[in-house]
Design a protein around this ligand. Structure first.
Ligand SMILES: Cc1ncc(COP(=O)(O)O)c(C=O)c1O
Length: 367
């Protein structure tokens, strides 16, 4: 079997350093906030080229707390991509705002900046873009719109650690950039984790307040906050892994390059990469009009694939009551019915990549 992603291999490569880091925290006697969290925040901010990192408990909280800190709430509208992991939409819903979907361009799977303006109303407060599958969004095009209309720009970068837009790392283009350190991400810990990076110190200070019970000083609660903190154990693990992120991303790129070279001329659509984008290939997503049989035949060859995502958020039962608000979202729905993610990860051997290419070529040969 070729696994979709081998997380255990990631641990084994760094085992000595990770074990030492975890032991250091365990023997320190300090298990919430503290030096490990502070130094991780400083190192990640530096890596992203942002002034501040505020670590939180997970990527969804990073989005929710960013919206709250930007005063987005009931009655407001938040523009979101029509095709994304549901967390992007749930964040808007969690603060009582309405998620207003905008369709992607089918070449990059990312939000189509040309369709944002027509979705803006007097209630629109923010735009959340998603660097889906590790591919950066056209940030200049989106930012021109958010600046002109006085909207906040939030980037959901849960899948894009290390990606570059026009040569500059994702992390500080928007008002708030939200990260997940879920284990399967390009930069993941051994449990849940997340962060916001920003160049705006007052926004950072508000998110810091909200993540810790609304408290700066012990037992003085300035606002109604939540408990959303990154554990020092996870911070220590992430510090070890940060030193390897670029190298691991370059291994993903080598696999993606191989796929892009070997899988041309077949009855599938390969992911498109604009010339200004340096994606980090969190996922390698192809499209097939006959996905079901492609997936089944690859499974017979021992190749695991996944679907990101089989339903657009608007098609989910969770949003059934809102379905009449959205109108039709044909691009998101079509992508949801055609996308298939091939295995990719920093520990996939070249031999396995070539085996996958051979199997896809045999199955998806143009007829
Ligand atoms: C695009 C996107 N946004 C948000 C999230 C939420 O992150 P988390 O699972 O850490 O809450 C994820 C991943 O899970 C994601 O892929």
């Amino acid at each position: 079997m070729i696994p979709f992603l081998d997380l255990g291999a990631g641990y084994r490569e760094l085992e000595n350093d990770i074990d030492a880091a975890v032991k250091r925290v365990l023997s320190s006697g300090w298990y919430i906030f503290g030096e490990e969290v502070d130094s991780f925040e400083a190192e990640y901010a530096k890596y992203c080229g942002a002034r501040e990192t505020i670590s939180v408990a997970n990527g969804l909280d990073a989005l929710i707390l960013s919206l709250k800190a930007l005063n987005v709430g009931p009655g407001d509208e938040v523009i979101v991509p029509s095709n994304t992991f549901i967390a992007t939409w749930l964040a808007a819903s969690a603060v009582g705002a309405k998620a207003v979907p905008v369709e992607p361009d089918a070449f990059t799977h990312n939000i189509d900046a040309g369709k944002i303006v027509s979705a803006i109303t007097s209630r629109t407060k923010a735009v959340i873009v998603v660097h889906l599958y590790g591919q950066p969004v056209d940030l200049d095009a989106v930012k021109a719109i958010t600046v002109e209309h006085g909207l906040a720009l939030i980037e959901d970068a849960a899948q894009a650690h290390g990606a570059r837009y026009k040569g500059k790392r994702i992390g500080s283009h928007g008002d708030a950039v939200c990260w997940s350190f879920y284990p399967a991400k390009n930069f993941g810990c051994f449990g849940d984790g997340g962060a916001v990076t920003t160049d705006n110190p007052s926004l950072a200070s508000q998110i810091r307040l909200l993540r810790n019970y609304g408290s700066r000083e012990k037992y003085i609660n300035e606002v109604k906050g939540v408990n959303s903190r990154l554990d020092p154990i996870q911070a220590a693990v992430l510090k070890v892994k940060l030193a390897h992120l670029d190298e691991w991303n370059s291994r993903r790129k080598a696999i993606a390059d191989e796929y892009l070279k070997e899988l041309v001329g077949l009855d599938i659509i390969l992911p498109g990469v604009p010339e200004w984008a340096d994606p980090v290939w969190h996922l390698f997503v192809i499209r097939s009009p006959d996905r079901k049989s492609l997936q089944e035949r690859l499974a017979k060859e021992g190749i695991s694939t996944q679907i990101h995502y089989p339903l657009a958020p608007s098609q989910q039962p969770a949003y059934a009551e809102n379905v009449n608000e959205y109108g039709s979202l044909p691009i998101a729905e079509r992508l949801a019915s055609e996308v298939l993610s091939l295995p990719i990860g920093p520990h996939q051997s070249r031999e396995n990549t070539l085996r996958i290419c051979e199997a896809v070529r045999a199955v998806a040969r143009r007829v």
